[in-house]
Design a protein around this ligand. Structure first.
Ligand code: SAH
Length: 243
């Protein structure tokens, strides 16, 4: 029986891919993924057969993987970060119901929330909520409700998909909702292109974040009321007493 390995490749840098993910990619002859991610790893795995589709063709990409697996070979489906976090692991398992002859295995990777947090300092030391601002698969009203409740409950909030060309003002709208519950001086962080060329990070207030332009390779961190700036880093206290 052949296996599809749904593999998280980490944020992008070669040394941020787990050894297990690397071994899996080395062992599969066929690697399937979104064009941008395939381009990041193509040179690391010479001799592989790479199959890619552009963004938003996730279903086609999954079917492609099953077609290859049904030929009797193991296939790796790669996603950035962790494949089980806004990645392809769910869709592969749903489509997998039609293909009982193919085994599916998930290989975890470092998600943008952890790699971004390490760059900023220690923002996720206490309870946090992860919310995607992409309304391609979730109605905007649902996203607004989640932002409002997470802000009200004083979670640190990590935003994935904060913006795209069609959704240029979504980060601004999200900040306005959070500002209903949190002061404008709340410590926030923004990380761009983690593990890739042009990587950068910045710490700024919620008031300034509202007027900042993000793109699709950006992850945003909004502090809780306990988060502070310490030596230029964003830190949320763990809550240990007497520290
Ligand atoms: N599966 C991925 C998330 C895919 S959703 C993961 O676990 O990280 C795409 C969003 O993830 C982007 O819009 C951005 O918010 C975040 N992201 C993924 N890779 C990133 C990187 N290298 N640098 C900054 N943000 C990234």
């Amino acid at each position: 029986m052949s296996t599809i390995y749904v593999t998280g490749m980490g944020p992008g840098a070669e040394d941020q891919m787990t050894a297990k993910a690397r071994n899996i990619l080395e062992s599969c002859r066929v690697i399937v993924g979104y064009t941008v991610y395939i381009d990041l790893i193509r040179d690391l795995f010479p001799g592989k057969s790479f199959l890619s589709t552009p963004m938003r063709q996730e279903t086609e990409r999954c079917h492609m993987a099953f077609q290859e697996a049904l030929k009797g070979q193991d296939v790796a489906v790669v996603c950035s970060g962790d494949a089980g976090i806004y990645g392809m692991a769910g869709l592969i398992r749903e489509i997998g119901k039609e293909h009982p002859g193919v085994k599916i295995e998930g290989i975890p990777g470092i998600t943008a929330a952890s790699s971004g947090a390490a760059l900023l300092g220690a923002p996720l030391m206490h309870d946090f909520a992860v919310i995607s601002l992409s309304d391609l698969l979730t109605p905007w009203e649902t996203i607004e409700r989640r932002l409002d409740h997470a802000a009200e409950a004083d979670f640190v909030i990590c935003l994935y998909n904060p913006s795209s060309r069609k959704r240029a003002d979504y980060l601004k709208k999200a900040c306005e909702i959070i500002l209903r519950h949190r002061p404008a001086q709340t410590v926030c962080g923004i990380v761009r292109r983690i593990g890739r060329e042009g990587e950068s990070h910045q710490i700024l207030s919620l008031g300034r974040l509202k007027d900042t332009q993000a793109d699709m390779f950006t992850t945003v961190f909004i502090g809780s009321t306990a988060t502070k700036e310490l030596d230029g880093r964003m830190v949320t206290p763990r809550g240990y007493r007497n520290v």
